[in-house]
Design a protein around this ligand. Structure first.
Ligand code: NAD
Ligand code: UGA
Length: 457
C-alpha cells in the first residue's frame, strides 16, 4: 500500500485527539485524517463555521483553519471512518474508576474497551491500532486479545502516549522533546512502528527529527507515560512540601527553587510552588500507578506514590487555613474574589483544578465568593452548579469590588498588569491579596496598602 493510502482516524475528539490530529494533518498534507467522537455537540463545535472550537489552546484555531476541509475532517460517523482508514489512533477518555474493584484509583477502561470492539466490528481490512490515551501497563495485551480473537483481519496494537501539556499543546506538538512509540517485536510490529514513525517525521522529514522519535517495547511505552506524569507531579509536591517549611522559617521558596534548579542534574522546570497541581491527568495517572504497584504486591512503592497526592490535597487545605487565620478566624459573609479558576494559565480546562477544591472549602465557611477567569467561566459554572450564590465575572475589577480578599489561583499573564490601585480602592479594608502563584509584585501591592500572602514566603 502506498504512503498516500495510509489514512488515519482518531477516535476521541477531546483535548488530546483534536489538537494532536490537527498537527498530524498539518505536517502530513498527503494523509487524510478523520477525527470522530460519539459526542455530536463536540464534533459540531470542531466543524463550526466561526471556528468556535470546543477547547481553547493558543494557536489551535490557526492550525485548524489551515487543515480543516483540506485533509482534516471531524465526524460522528465512526463506522465509516474506521472502514476507510488504515491506522486508528484511540484517544478516548480513561478517567479514574469510581465503582467496584480499584474504585478511586484504577483506570475506568469501559470507553477504551468499547472502542476496541467498535474497531473490530467495522474493520474491512488489516489495521494498525495506536493507543494514544494514557493507560495502565499491559492494556495493549487486552486490546490485542479483543481485536485478534477470531478476527477476520490482523490488528497490530502499538502504544504512542502523548506528552503535550495543555496551554502549550500546539507548541509541544510542533516541537516535542520526544515522541514515544512502543511496539511488539514481530515483523508486523516493526512495520507498524515504522509507519507511525513516518507520520511523526512528517512529509519530507520536516516535523520531528529522527533522534527525537524513541521506540521501545509496548509495556515500556505504557509505563513511561504514567511514570513521566508521576515524576512531574512528584516535583510539584516536593516543592510544595518545602513551601510550608519556608513559611515557617523565613526562607523563600522561589529563591530556594531557583538555586536548586540551577543544578543541571535537577533543572529549573516544575519547581514552582503553588496551589497544588490540577488538570485531568496528574492525579488520575499517579493513582493509577499506585493501583498498579498494589496489584503487583509492591506496597511500599504504592505508598510512596500516594504521598504525592496526599501532599497535593494538603496544599489546598493549607491555603484556606492561612486565609482563615489571616482574616481574623472567621470567613462567614466575607467576600473573597477568586482570580483564575482554570487549573493553569492559557486553558479553559477546570478538571481537578485546585481552585475548585478551595472554592468548595470556602463555601463551607459561608464565604461570599466571586470568580473571575478569562477562559474558564463556562466550565466553572458547570463544575459548581450545585453551589448557591456564586458570582461569576469576566471582569476582574467587578469581581474584586467590595471584596475583603483577592485569592489569586491561576497565573494568567494579565493579572500582574491589572490596575491594583483601582482594585484596592474598591475593596473593603483591610484588603488582602493571597497570591498562590507568586506572580504579582508583592512589594508594590504592600505599598498600595494591601496585606499580601504568598506561598512559601
Ligand atoms: P476528553 O474527555 O477531552 O476527550 C475524550 C473524548 O473521547 C470525548 O470527547 C469522548 O466523547 C470521546 N469518546 C469516549 N468514548 C468514545 C467512543 N466509544 N467512541 C468515540 N468517542 C468516544 O479527554 P482528553 O483530555 O482528550 O484525554 C484523552 C486521553 O488522553 C486520556 O487517557 C488522557 O489521560 C490522555 N492525555 C490527555 C492529555 C491532556 O492534555 N488532556 C495529555 C496527554 C494524555
Ligand atoms: C501534564 C504534563 O506536563 C504533560 O506532559 C502530560 O502530557 C499531561 O499532563 C497529561 O498527561 O495530560 P498538564 O496537566 O496539561 O500536562 O499541565 P502541566 O503544565 O503539567 O501542569 C499541571 C499542573 O501542575 C498545573 O495545575 C500547574 O499549575 C501545576 N504546576 C506545574 C505547578 O504547580 N508547578 C510547576 O512548577 C509546574
Amino acid at each position: 500500500m502506498s504512503r498516500m493510502n495510509k489514512n488515519i482516524v482518531c477516535i476521541g475528539a477531546g483535548y488530546i485527539g483534536g489538537p494532536t490530529m490537527a498537527v498530524v494533518a498539518k505536517m502530513n498534507p498527503d494523509r487524510k485524517v478523520v477525527v470522530v467522537d460519539i459526542n455530536a455537540e463536540r464534533i459540531k463545535a470542531w466543524n463550526s463555521k466561526g471556528y468556535d472550537l470546543p477547547i481553547y489552546e493558543p494557536g489551535l484555531v490557526d492550525v485548524v483553519k489551515e487543515v480543516r476541509g483540506r485533509n482534516l475532517f471531524f465526524s460522528t460517523d465512526i463506522r465509516k471512518a474506521v472502514k476507510e482508514c488504515d491506522i486508528v489512533f484511540v484517544g478516548v477518555n480513561t478517567p479514574t474508576k469510581m465503582f467496584g474493584r480499584g474504585a478511586g484509583r484504577a483506570s475506568d477502561l469501559q470507553y477504551w474497551e468499547a472502542t476496541a470492539r467498535e474497531i473490530k466490528e467495522w474493520a474491512t481490512g488489516d489495521k494498525i491500532v495506536v493507543e494514544k490515551s494514557t493507560l495502565p501497563v499491559r492494556t495493549a495485551a487486552a486490546m490485542d486479545a479483543i481485536l485478534n480473537d477470531h478476527a477476520k483481519y490482523g490488528f497490530t496494537v502499538l502504544s504512542n502516549p502523548e506528552f503535550l501539556a495543555e496551554g502549550t499543546a500546539i507548541k509541544d506538538l510542533l516541537e516535542p522533546d520526544r515522541v514515544l512509540i512502543g511496539g511488539p517485536s514481530t515483523k508486523a510490529g516493526a512495520a507498524a512502528v515504522a509507519e507511525i514513525v513516518s507520520i511523526y517525521r512528517g512529509k519530507g522529514g520536516r516535523w520531528v527529527p529522527a533522534e527525537k522519535v524513541l521506540t521501545t517495547n509496548v509495556w515500556s511505552a505504557e509505563l513511561t507515560k504514567l511514570a513521566a506524569n508521576a515524576m512531574l507531579a512528584q516535583r510539584v509536591s516536593s516543592v510544595n512540601a518545602l513551601a510550608g517549611l519556608c513559611e515557617a522559617t523565613g526562607a523563600d521558596i522561589d529563591e530556594v527553587a531557583r538555586v536548586i534548579g540551577a543544578d543541571r542534574r535537577i533543572g529549573p522546570k516544575f519547581l514552582k510552588a503553588g496551589p497544588g497541581f490540577g488538570g485531568s491527568c496528574f492525579k488520575k495517572d499517579v493513582l493509577n500507578l499506585v493501583y498498579l504497584c498494589e496489584s503487583f504486591g509492591l506496597h511500599t512503592a504504592a505508598e510512596y506514590w500516594s504521598q504525592v497526592i496526599k501532599m497535593n490535597d494538603h496544599q489546598q487545605e493549607r491555603i484556606v487555613s492561612r486565609l482563615f487565620k489571616e482574616m481574623f478566624n472567621t470567613l462567614a459573609n466575607k467576600k473573597i474574589a477568586v482570580f483564575g479558576f482554570a487549573f493553569k494559565a492559557d486553558t479553559g480546562d477546570t478538571r481537578e483544578t485546585p481552585a475548585g477544591t478551595v472554592v468548595r472549602l470556602l463555601d463551607e465557611e459561608h464565604v461570599r465568593i466571586s470568580i473571575t477567569d478569562p477562559k474558564a467561566i463556562p466550565n466553572a459554572k458547570k463544575d459548581l452548579a450545585d453551589l448557591q450564590g456564586i458570582e461569576y465575572q469576566t471582569d476582574p475589577y467587578k469581581a474584586a469590588k467590595g471584596a475583603d480578599a483577592v485569592l489569586l489561583m491561576t497565573d494568567w499573564k494579565d493579572y500582574p498588569g491589572l490596575d491594583w490601585a483601582k482594585i484596592f480602592k474598591s475593596m473593603r479594608k483591610p484588603a488582602l491579596v493571597f497570591d498562590t502563584r507568586n506572580c504579582l509584585d508583592a512589594a508594590a501591592l504592600r505599598k498600595l496598602g494591601f496585606k499580601v500572602l504568598n506561598i512559601g514566603k
